[in-house]
Design a protein around this ligand. Structure first.
Ligand SMILES: [Zn+2]
Ligand SMILES: [Zn+2]
Length: 553
């Protein structure tokens, strides 16, 4: 007598990011993916956004294993936090590259004792009542696996992120025959990627990007800076190949770019010819027309290499007229503003900018509508619960399922925290469980109330300093006497020598930033914040809230 299967998404629905799904059967739990999201611009002071996994707190003893589909942050990024906060050390499985990335994350978080185990395509692992099989699919990062989780009741297929690329750069396309086999055996539930459900037709093959990049590069006379996702190792390979053909060398800039290329080369996913790489510190002395710089920052991320170049404060790269910046990526929804801002800065410097709007130099890693239909037809599921998408794309994915002949009653447009419950009699949504966001602020994990509460605690105990500084856009130097406003600060009054010294600390911080050639407002502000907070703590052992406001003129 088969029991009841519960499939509970804790993240990834109604949003693009922080994917995490909990499968429960006979009291046992298997987790697929533990992803994160980057904070929205209005979530000030927050470093990362994680799925709220409070539901698992009372169930830690039931967790049998964690399976990770691939190494993108929206699938793997919350792993160290989940392990640490729940204080668990279950078996962790994934492809070789995925597990290499997990290893490096766990080491960074000092979780050295936690082991990870890699699976090959077709491998099966037992986790409680589930047999879990890894199925190779193609995506914008190597070693992307879908998981087929089979219990007495049937098989649930979580696709992870995929496209049906017939000519992937690594020559290993999706295991279509296995998907079809599973379809013939009978899939109970399909939870598929909805990211591009709104795009008709088929996605571009990754292999077509290489020749287009080469074509674009061949028109450039000066230096070329290419930016793409650091984890898109196939794209990195195509840039390296194009560079070789055009007789240019490659410099890798940005920490995650260097790290991913390193891991990718060790695992044989990327091949860089001997003598091809130029060290970042050699960039300035290298002839412009002989160089391609591969950089992070395609999403306009605040501290990324490209953003710093655009603001003229990158340690090794000074952009100038004649340089061409090639965006081999499109902005993830939510990042458009930051990307546009970066692009405009680049034009201001006098550089040329090429984006996927001007040339097909980017291919999405997510299948379009026809590919989603192909997945549905191959696997022929009894029930469908679209995942990995905002509400619009989840709805559109449902419409695609209907279009290929799945009964509307068998399509479940879910939400985070809403468990789909399946037994021998049918499927329906159960009672909602706690789900939402938790925040990482420095090393602390908490919900939004915790952050607000901490702010209020600081305010009530030690008050607030607002520091207003005016700096020159050209030189980054302070051009007016900084203003310091304070409220509710119990340990200082206006005439105090402390205020004079504090002003000195502010001027010192601004001068140091100017000296280090920092012109990015965010960075000047964050250094000002740290310097003022450190000064106040040193002098008075107090921690007031410090709000730096830097105005550019
Ligand atoms: Zn992905
Ligand atoms: Zn994803």
């Amino acid at each position: 007598m088969a029991g009841k299967l519960r499939v509970l998404p804790l993240g990834g629905l109604g949003e693009i990011g922080k994917n995490m799904t909990v499968l429960e059967y006979e009291g046992s739990i298997v987790i697929v993916d533990t992803g994160l999201r980057f904070p929205a611009p209005d979530q000030l002071g927050i470093d990362l956004v994680l799925p709220d996994f409070a539901y698992l707190r009372d169930r830690v003893d039931d967790i049998e294993a964690i399976f990770i589909t691939h190494g993108h942050e929206d699938h793997i990024g919350a792993l160290p936090y989940v392990l640490r906060e729940l204080d668990i050390a279950p078996p962790i499985y994934g492809g070789p590259l995925t597990m290499a990335m997990a290893r490096s994350k766990l080491d960074e978080h000092k979780l050295k004792d936690q082991s990870v185990e890699y699976m090959r395509p077709g491998d099966v692992r037992t986790a409680g009542p589930f047999e879990v099989e890894a199925i190779k699919l193609a995506h914008s990062i190597p070693d992307m696996y879908a998981y087929a989780l089979t219990c007495d009741l049937g098989t649930t297929l979580l696709t992870g992120d995929y496209k049906f690329d017939q000519t992937p750069v690594d020559g290993v396309p999706a295991d279509i025959s296995r998907l079809a086999e599973l379809g013939n055996e009978g899939i109970l539930l399909l939870c598929g990627d909805s990211t591009n459900a709104d795009r008709s037709g088929w996605s571009l093959s990754e292999s077509l990007v290489g020749p287009k990049l080469e074509e674009t590069f061949s028109r450039c006379e000066g230096r070329i800076v290419v930016t793409s996702f650091a984890s898109n190792i196939h794209r990195v390979q195509q840039v390296v190949d194009a560079a070789e053909l055009l007789g240019r060398k490659v410099a890798l800039v940005g920490r995650s770019m260097r790290k991913n290329v390193n891991i990718g080369s060790q695992l044989g996913h990327i091949h860089i010819p001997e003598g091809m790489l130029v060290e970042p510190r050699e960039i300035q002395d290298f002839p412009d027309h002989k160089l391609i710089i591969l950089s992070t920052g395609s999403q306009g991320e605040p501290l990324s290499a490209l953003r710093r170049m655009a603001h003229g404060d990158h340690q090794h790269v000074r952009l100038h007229k004649g340089d061409t910046i090639v965006f081999s990526a499109t902005p993830v929804p939510g990042n458009e503003r930051a990307v546009n801002d970066t692009i405009d800065r680049l034009f201001h410097i006098g550089a040329d900018v090429v984006t996927p709007r001007e040339a097909p130099i980017h291919a999405s890693g997510h299948g379009y509508a026809e590919e989603i239909k192909l997945m549905l037809n191959l696997t022929n599921p009894r029930y469908v619960m679209p995942v990995h998408g905002d509400y619009k794309r989840i709805k559109l994915h449902g419409e695609l399922a209907e279009a290929v002949g799945i009964e509307p009653e068998a399509i479940f447009s879910g939400d985070n925290g809403l468990p789909l419950e399946i037994d021998a009699d049918g499927a329906s949504f159960g009672e909602p469980e706690q789900a939402g966001m938790i925040f990482v602020d420095g090393l602390d994990v908490g919900d939004i109330e915790d952050v607000a509460l901490r702010d209020r605690r600081m305010l009530s105990a030690d008050g607030i300093f607002i520091v207003v500084a005016t700096v020159s856009e050209q030189s980054g130097r302070s051009v007016a006497e900084p203003e310091i406003i304070f409220r509710g600060v119990p340990f200082v009054d206006e005439e105090d020598q402390f205020m004079v010294d504090l002003r000195g600390a502010v001027i010192g911080s601004l001068a140091r930033s100017a000296q280090d050639d920092i012109r990015e407002i965010d960075l000047i502000q964050s250094r000002l914040h740290d310097d003022v907070a450190a000064f106040v703590y040193k002098k008075r052992k107090r921690r007031p809230m410090v709000l730096p406001v830097v105005v550019e003129v």
